[in-house]
Design a protein around this ligand. Structure first.
Ligand SMILES: [Zn+2]
Length: 636
């Protein structure tokens, strides 16, 4: 660790103690990767007030899988044992505040890296009350949930450092919790979060205000000076002047806070990972899907949307109907059946729809062949099962209703599976995940709701990942991939994104890929906020049906021979692993796919001689087109 500057010594070493070197315990450094060393150095400099005089807060916003916990453990251990002035320990006690489901996880991590003989961690739960922590001088680390914290803070305990895991939740947690935290006299404060912090500007203010109070001024002036101009500049309809002002304020905000925010993405550890083969598969819609799709597009509500006479609510209901239809027509059928009594938009959308379904639907029997994507999925799973019996697959969907349907199919096909969605109690999640990752697991499949993800879900037991439906926010898909393609993965990873050819799913994919897909409006949509709006021309695109094997390839105006051997035959993208400190800039939060990159992928028409992939060659009957790329990394 660096020695403190003369200025730092002047204001912090009032007793004139000798300055000594602080070093991270070699017991830990043996396990640290270069980016983790950088991270610990960053945290140390921040909390010691070496980066900005009098300010001791830090935000570590590394993407999941990069070892935020290990970095926090190393920082805590260093501060508990050492200090730059006379070797006096900086902190006597460490407080870790975390979501309830992770309290024990944190205790286990401290023990794992340091061993029980070195450190005594106290985790608060029903049987272990904070009074015991108070009564015993043995424990140097207290791990507590946000909920418990409130009840326990009447006890006066002094902490040398506070670490808040999933700290972006501070904004959502009750005012009481955050003010209780802020009222703690300790000013060394670290927030850990896996999401890019600048995406939500109010959340951003809340966490900055917690770690380094006052740096952004009052909440009213923040709103006026930063939040409003920046939000305005992200609206598609803003003027050039508004856009420039917004960018200027965003840059200013970045400059003010950049000193104490560190965010690294997965890319930094990619050089340790096996290659990943990404496929985007365009699936042939079934005749029932086509018939229903055309029926919906002619429906008066859809037509009214295109005449600007409808509200966003209605737009979203229409979009949801089309997306469900792409997943499986049966999802619409059961929705109609459930909602016949209320006069909602959704009900009026489905007028006359039931008559189009075959008789068999009334008895609840879903046919795989009624959904193009389901056919491809079912063929793909059969192929994986046959060619690599020990491989496992994670299947992700945005809708629990879709997961229910997939689940029925898997029962029918005789596959063992487990499932994690929003309903899964937090206490069971870790057990599910550990069970699935175990080499002895009987489960071939892991059904995952993309919204239930959240904290540290590690699914390296699987080496295939299927994104069954598409989200507006590409970050969600990237997050899903990171659950499988991450530290600990030993096999080559295959990801498959399924899209129904010519439909709204392709349009959403294109929005993800084009610049537009990154605008604030789309991110807001993902969060269910009300800022969302669609222009008529956007809606016209979304509410259309193209009879083509691949609309996206048509729109690329690519003239390749569609057999995977495009103009440049060396298509493996080799990105040099970038180790080193690399801050994130406002807006550019993650690496997304762009149109020009898509041009570089391999393009296969459904009639191509071979996809040069054994699994897909066995599962190509209903694939009309495919894009493929390989992500592999070479060490520098
Ligand atoms: Zn092409």
């Amino acid at each position: 660790m660096p020695r403190p500057s003369p200025n730092h010594q002047w204001s912090n070493n009032t007793l004139g103690l000798p300055v000594v070197d602080v070093v991270v315990d070699p017991y830990l450094t043996a396990h640290l990767r270069p980016h983790q060393r950088d991270g610990i150095l960053f945290l140390y400099e921040c909390v010691m007030g070496m980066r900005s005089a009098g300010r001791c807060g830090a935000i570590l916003a590394d993407e999941m899988g990069l070892g935020k916990t290990l970095q926090s453990v190393a920082l805590s251990w260093t501060l508990l044992k050492q200090g730059p002035y006379g070797g006096r320990a900086v902190a006597k006690r460490v407080l870790v505040v975390t979501p309830g489901s992770l309290v024990h996880n944190w205790g286990a991590e401290f023990n794992k890296w340091l061993g029980r003989e070195r450190i005594s961690v106290f985790t608060v739960d029903q049987d272990h009350r904070i009074e015991h922590f108070m009564a015993s001088p043995l424990h140097s680390v207290l791990v507590i949930s946000y909920e418990m914290l409130l009840r326990c803070l009447e006890q006066k305990v002094e902490f040398g450092i506070i670490i808040c895991d999933e700290g972006h939740r501070l904004k959502n947690s009750s005012i009481k919790t955050s003010s209780a935290l802020s009222s703690l006299s300790c000013n060394r404060r670290v927030i850990l979060t896996g999401t890019p912090v600048q995406n939500d500007l109010q959340e951003f203010y809340a966490i900055i205000e917690f770690v380094n109070p006052g740096i952004l001024g009052s909440s009213t002036s923040y709103k006026k000076v930063y939040e409003e101009p920046i939000l305005r500049s992200r609206q598609p309809s803003c003027t050039e002047e508004e856009r420039l002002l917004g960018e200027e304020r965003a840059a200013e905000l970045s400059r003010l806070t950049g000193m104490f925010i560190l965010r690294r993405t997965q890319e930094i550890i990619n050089c340790y990972l096996p290659p990943r083969l990404d496929w985007t598969l365009f699936c042939e819609p079934s005749s029932l899907q086509l018939e229903l799709y055309r029926h919906l597009l002619c429906h008066r509500v859809f037509r009214a949307c295109l005449q600007a006479s409808m509200q966003t609510q209605t737009h979203l209901a229409c979009i949801t109907a089309l997306k469900k239809l792409c997943n499986h027509p049966g999802l619409l059928h059961s929705t109609v059946k459930q909602k016949t009594d209320c006069g909602s938009i959704e009900t009026s959308l489905y007028e006359g729809l039931v008559e189009l379904f075959p008789e068999s639907y009334s008895s609840g029997g879903l046919s795989t062949s009624d959904s193009g994507k389901l056919l491809v999925l079912s063929d793909l799973l059969t192929a994986i099962r046959r060619l690599s019996p020990s491989d496992r697959v994670v299947i992700v969907s945005n809708y629990t209703q879709t997961l229910d349907m997939l689940q029925d199919l898997f029962v029918h096909m005789g596959y063992n599976f487990c499932r994690l969605d929003g309903q899964t109690p937090t206490s069971q999640r870790q057990r599910l995940v550990d069970g699935f990752n175990s080499p002895y697991s009987q489960n071939f499949l892991f059904l995952l709701s993309s919204k239930a993800g959240g904290v540290g879900l590690n699914l390296v037991g699987a080496s295939h990942l299927v994104l069954y439906d598409i989200d507006w926010n590409p970050a969600n898909d990237i997050q899903a991939m990171a659950r499988v393609w991450r530290d600990g993965q030993k096999k080559t990873v295959h990801t498959y994104r399924l899209l129904t050819a010519g439909t709204i799913e392709e349009r959403i994919f294109q929005r993800q890929v084009s610049k537009q897909g990154l605008s604030g409006t789309v991110f807001d949509l993902g969060k269910g906020a009300e800022h969302t709006s669609f222009s008529i021309s956007e809606l016209r695109d979304l509410f259309s049906l193209m009879d083509t094997p691949c609309l996206t390839h048509d729109l690329l105006s690519c003239s390749c021979s569609m057999d995977g051997s495009s103009s440049d035959s060396l298509m493996v993208s080799k990105r040099v692993c970038q180790l080193g400190r690399r801050g994130d800039h406002m807006g550019a939060t993650q690496k997304h796919l762009s149109m020009s990159e898509l041009m570089q992928w391999r393009h296969f028409s459904g009639d191509a001689h071979t996809f040069s992939d054994p699994y897909l060659d066995h599962a190509r009957n209903h694939i009309t087109f495919a894009f493929q790329t390989t992500i592999s990394h070479t060490k520098e």
